[in-house]
Design a protein around this ligand. Structure first.
Ligand SMILES: [Zn+2]
Length: 273
């Protein structure tokens, strides 16, 4: 008869528990500092590729979008206040999209700024992106993607450089930023909650829904225009319905003119090349 080593047994128990939480989707094996490190690495890769990610140099416009983001990041609903929620505008008028890197870097395409009509839509989209970073979707996805083998090697301490290896293989393909439908639902919910919990509700908590509704309508007319966004952020009636249900519950189904702040938004939109 052979006896189990107590250490081996406790590792098996630990791994079983981790596997169970992996299956439920919420487990993240990375410390928060890895989100920041991974984000810095991706930021460098993006900055080194101006052909695909040409940064718009317009301080007035960037500061405006950043000022909206700063107020969202201060929402009581944002947990990771130590992340750097920094706006970069990519000068690509054909792309109606935005994305977030781990640790809070948010990239907004000029095509998106041109597509939307008011400040609540901008705030809603930024709050959606903020949630991807705040809820640490990228490293949570990496945990799931690399699965038990990866978690085991971390727990056993076999490969302490694994994060660096993963980061180096990511390149600028941004595969880690392809989020699941569950992540998207969570980011929509976060968008609503971030804005809904801001004192005085400066923006309509359904701001992202204004964008989703317009996207669905435009996509039905000209499917080519929003192709890239629909690949990374599939828009469907379910997402719109989820917003509508929250808006009904909150007792504010429609935005006020002050929340839309349309004239102010249009003033900055006019700066978009
Ligand atoms: Zn998203």
């Amino acid at each position: 008869m052979r006896y189990h080593n107590t250490l081996t047994l406790s590792i098996v128990i630990l791994l079983t528990a981790i596997l169970a939480s992996c299956a439920s989707g919420g487990f993240n094996v990375f410390p928060k500092s890895d989100d920041v490190k991974l984000g810095m690495q991706m930021q460098k890769q993006l900055a080194a590729d101006p052909q695909h990610y040409p940064v718009l140099n317009n301080p007035a416009l960037t500061n405006y979008v950043q000022s909206v983001e700063n107020r969202i990041a201060a929402s009581p609903n944002v947990k990771n206040k130590d992340f750097h929620y920094t706006i970069t505008i990519i000068n690509d008028p054909k792309t109606v999209n935005a994305f977030t890197i781990p640790g809070g870097g948010i990239y907004v395409y000029t095509g998106l700024l041109k597509f939307i009509d008011d400040e609540s839509a901008l705030a809603g989209i930024l709050a959606h992106e903020t949630t991807h970073a705040d809820h640490r979707h990228a490293t949570r996805n990496l945990t799931q993607q690399y699965g038990l083998q990866f978690v085991a090697s971390l727990v056993l301490g076999n490969n302490p450089n694994q994060l660096a290896q993963i980061a180096s293989t990511l390149g600028t393909e941004l595969s880690v930023l392809r989020f699941s439908r569950d992540d998207e639902r969570e980011a929509d919910q976060g968008s609503f909650d971030d804005l809904n919990q801001l004192p005085g509700k400066p923006w309509y908590p359904g701001g992202a829904n204004l964008f989703l509704k317009k996207s669905l309508a435009v996509h039905a007319q000209q499917p080519g225009q929003l192709q890239q966004m629909f690949l990374t952020h599939p828009v469907d009636q379910q997402r719109i319905d989820a917003f509508n249900a929250d808006l009904q519950k909150s007792g504010q189904p429609n935005p006020s003119a002050a929340q839309l702040n349309q004239a102010n938004y249009q003033r900055y939109k006019a700066m978009v090349p």
